[in-house]
Design a protein around this ligand. Structure first.
Ligand SMILES: Cc1cc2nc3c(=O)[nH]c(=O)nc-3n(C[C@H](O)[C@H](O)[C@H](O)COP(=O)(O)OP(=O)(O)OC[C@H]3O[C@@H](n4cnc5c(N)ncnc54)[C@H](O)[C@@H]3O)c2cc1C
Ligand code: FES
Length: 332
């Protein structure tokens, strides 16, 4: 059988030569060579796995064009998680080879502790695991309930090093995990929990921070604020903008207020696209960026649905911040 040569160029200069058969998925070819390329959603919805074709091209399965606009694709950008090989290609990856070589720790068995609807389309899920999970604040795990075939990614809202994990999950119509959760699994129901993953975590520096959350995109910020409140990270000036679809979708307000008591320099603002309660901006959370005076050194963290993340990147550029100062986590 004819094989097709693939060259992977990592940011640290390390090169890997692989060979594929026509139509093979890039991730499978890399995995057979012991490389675990960085991915989050694994289905073309988040943009974490972007790479750049220096020579040749890759075919892409379905993906969300908002995470890979056509002009970027024309310039050679690809989403590795949905890429298939049909011709020789040289692909540049924006991270060091060590990040792709590290074997992921095995998943562990967990059990549902509780499931509680906390707002419109929003459920708080608590899962108990035997070994406490250490993670960088903002990271996520993959969950696979008993009887389900697919893993889904959810960000921890609890603090690192705990054996009860807290998630806030938006219920999406027709979604597999959403359906399982809507049926309110009983306490004790088995659920597998992967090792923590992801590059969307709190950076340990003294720069002012702007956190922008869309819906359940608030979850990783709760973990970050817990870490700041516990004194593990510098309490640099921090703004938290929380945008939701309607006032009925607001959740975890008490939790945010408690975190604000531990970290008084935290400035919190809410926005709802409709039925905004008193004190809550009527519109998008990202509108609020234009209404603030932001320090040009600000590190921006954006987490939520892809259109919200894009709107946030545009708003920060208009506010005089550099798009390269944004860390993004796209929930899709
Ligand atoms: C890094 C990361 C962290 C995340 N963290 C969180 C979090 O903390 N909280 C949170 O709420 N979400 C989070 N997400 C999103 C989450 O992983 C899931 O994508 C989301 O919960 C939907 O999963 P699901 O199984 O319910 O829906 P899916 O089964 O994945 O379906 C998603 C959508 O596609 C539609 N769909 C499904 N199958 C088909 C089909 N065959 N044809 C057409 N449409 C179809 C469904 O109707 C639904 O609208 C995160 C995502 C990433 C990548
Ligand atoms: S991992 Fe490829 S787009 Fe999310």
């Amino acid at each position: 059988m004819t094989t097709i040569p693939i060259t992977l160029l990592f940011a640290d200069g390390v090169t890997h030569q692989l060979s594929a058969t026509s139509g093979e998925k890039l991730l499978d070819v890399a995995a057979s060579a012991g490389l675990s390329l960085l991915t989050d959603c694994s289905n073309g919805q988040c943009g974490t796995c972007v790479g750049s074709c220096v020579s040749g091209s890759l075919e892409l399965d379905d993906y969300d064009p908002s995470v890979l606009p056509d002009d970027e694709r024309e310039d050679g950008a690809v989403l590795c998680c949905v890429a298939r090989i049909y011709e020789p290609v040289i692909l540049e990856l924006p991270y060091d080879s060590s990040e792709a070589s590290a074997a992921e720790a095995p998943a562990q068995a967990g059990r549902v502790h509780s499931v509680k609807r906390v707002a419109e389309e929003t459920v708080r899920l608590e899962v108990d695991v035997e070994a406490p999970v250490d993670f960088l604040p903002g990271q996520y795990v993959r969950l696979k309930p008993e009887g389900q075939h697919e893993w889904r990614s959810y960000s921890m809202a609890n603090g690192s090093g705990e054996s009860r994990l807290v998630f806030y999950v938006r219920i999406v119509e027709g979604g597999a995990f959403s359906r399982w959760l809507s049926d309110e699994p009983a306490a004790g129901t088995p659920i597998e929990v992967s090792a923590p993953r992801g590059s969307f975590f709190l950076r340990a520096d003294d720069r002012p921070r702007l956190f922008v959350a869309g819906g359940t995109g608030l979850a990783p910020f709760l973990a970050m604020l817990r870490a700041i409140g516990s004194g593990k990270y510098l309490a640099a000036p921090t703004h938290l903008l929380i945008g939701v679809r309607t006032g009925e979708h607001l959740f975890a307000k008490d939790e945010v207020a408690a975190l604000q008591r531990e970290f008084p320099a935290l400035d919190v603002r809410y926005a709802a696209e409709s039925c905004a309660p008193d004190g809550c901006h009527l519109g998008y959370g990202t509108d609020l960026i234009g209404q603030m005076t932001v320090d040009p050194r600000t590190q921006v963290y954006l987490c939520g649905p892809p259109p919200m993340v894009e709107a946030g990147r545009e708003a920060m550029a208009k506010a005089g911040l550099r798009k390269s100062d944004a860390l993004c986590e796209r929930f899709a």
